[in-house]
Design a protein around this ligand. Sequence first.
Ligand code: CMP
Length: 135
Amino acid sequence: MTEHTFVIIKPDAVEAGHVGAILGRYEAAGLRVEAMDLRRIDAGFADRHYAEHLERDFYPPLREFMTSGPLVAVILSGADAISTVRGINGATDPTQAEPGTIRADFAENTRRNAVHASDSRESAEREISLWFPKG
Ligand code: CMP
């Protein structure tokens, strides 16, 4: 079923020049770019995006990292886009990521892990309206 999902190409992957390679993997899987923006975010915006993680020990350095440089915010659409993208991305911890996934190939560690993607329809809806409020 056709869905929309939200992806961030994180600052580590932008800095390393992997934007084109990452987008190419999604497109090769039949997903389509519906919106895309290179931007920097501030700490307040990171807190809104990661609202569910604010109290976690790993969050302060994650916020520092996500505000450290430009990232690319992307809306993708396609068949089962949410689970398709999560499969292409691989596990959050790159040491656990399947060979051939984005995180296996491009992530440095669990924080600097190249990409973020929505994990459910509810989070996709929330994240898309946070990052692209004009629709
Ligand atoms: P992301 O998909 O952006 O959503 C939450 C992020 O928190 C996750 O990717 C990781 O980058 C980060 N994260 C989750 N668990 C840990 C952890 N144990 N240590 C460091 N970062 C983490």
